[in-house]
Design a protein around this ligand. Structure first.
Ligand code: FE2
Length: 323
């Protein structure tokens, strides 16, 4: 049989039983194909097949079986043998089965390699998609900040406050990444708000206030087409001005009906707004801002979120509270 195989231009190593075959394999490493008898001393063909499948899963194994061993042959196929040849052996049949087995094995390997390449290409495409999405996000944020100098840096600070608070509340991984993106984009709808209203130094008229309230819905509409698979981002943009007592906008949601992500951004947004100079008022000290968050917890802000915000930023409270 070895000669028959070698006549196909293949080189061949021979072993007297299963144990010897395993020793050979250990010496050579995985071989493309192994033909094994079933009845052998020391280790029989079935035991060898089990062990070989564990150690060399890509090696094709052909069993040699006697007429009375059909059941064993089927068992071997179930254990992962690629084929079996019935004895008495015809050398032409051996050559044909060997060629078949090698071709089948190489197809399996090619297929696996193709799959692997495909998977890594898909991963790469996914990475590029995410990157271009983030670039688009950056562009939007820059566009907004160029239009509204007062909120320059605001989105970035709100993002920092939000992410730290979200971590305190147990957010991790992909969910945290969505909250990160949402907080960065929360005011993106202000791109569509008139600059005279956005920059007005004094208090707003009711009409102007109605106009500025639209930034929540506008932002959601701008982002919807390319962030539909990141609903948390959209929820933050839409609902970051809701209040716990239901007096916020745009939907007048109250309590737990306000998405948790939006409740976090509401606290971070308010803190940053209070501690930054705006067109219509000077900033407060961090201590005074913290005091205000605490005072409004329950009615305006989620108390648990305010506490998480405080835990996430212990240094804020070290600033003296203004009398
Ligand atoms: Fe806003």
């Amino acid at each position: 049989m070895a000669k028959a195989v070698e006549s196909q231009g293949l080189s061949c190593a021979q072993a007297g039983n299963g144990l010897d075959a395993l020793a050979l394999l250990e010496q050579f490493g995985e071989l493309p194909l192994c033909i094994t008898d079933i009845f052998m001393p020391a280790m029989d063909g079935v035991a060898f097949l089990r062990r070989a499948r564990e150690l060399y899963p890509d090696m094709a194994v052909i069993m040699l079986t006697g007429v009375s061993e059909v059941t064993t042959a089927v068992e071997c196929l179930q254990l992962g043998a690629l084929d079996y040849i019935s004895k008495p052996v015809m050398l032409d049949e051996v050559r044909a089965r060997v060629a078949n087995a090698l071709e089948k094995r190489s197809l399996v390997l090619q297929n696996r390699m193709y799959q692997h390449t495909l998977e890594s290409r898909v991963r790469e495409l996914d990475r590029r998609n995410r990157q271009s999405l983030l670039n688009g996000v950056e562009m939007l944020v820059f566009a907004l900040e160029a239009k509204d100098a007062y909120t320059s840096g605001h989105s970035l600070r709100v993002k920092e406050f939000t992410v730290k608070t979200a971590v305190q509340l147990g957010f991790t991984d992909d969910v945290l990444a969505e909250v990160d993106l949402g907080s960065r984009l929360h005011d993106i709808g202000k791109i569509g708000i008139r600059e005279t209203v956005l920059h007005k130094p004094g208090p707003l008229t009711p009409d102007e206030f109605e106009h500025i309230k639209l930034h929540t819905l506008l932002g959601e509409r701008i982002l919807q087409p390319f962030l539909s698979e990141q609903p948390r981002v959209l929820r933050i943009v839409r609902s970051h001005h809701e209040r716990m007592d239901g007096t916020g906008f745009p939907d007048g949601l109250s309590g737990d009906r306000i998405p948790i992500e939006a409740r976090i951004v509401a606290v971070a947004d308010a803190y940053d707004a209070m501690t930054t100079n705006r067109a219509y008022r000077a900033s407060r000290t961090p201590g005074a801002a913290v005091e205000e968050l605490r005072r409004s917890a329950g009615a305006h802000f989620d108390s648990d979120v305010v506490e998480a915000f405080m835990r996430a930023h212990p240094d804020l409270t070290r600033h003296p509270i203004r009398a």
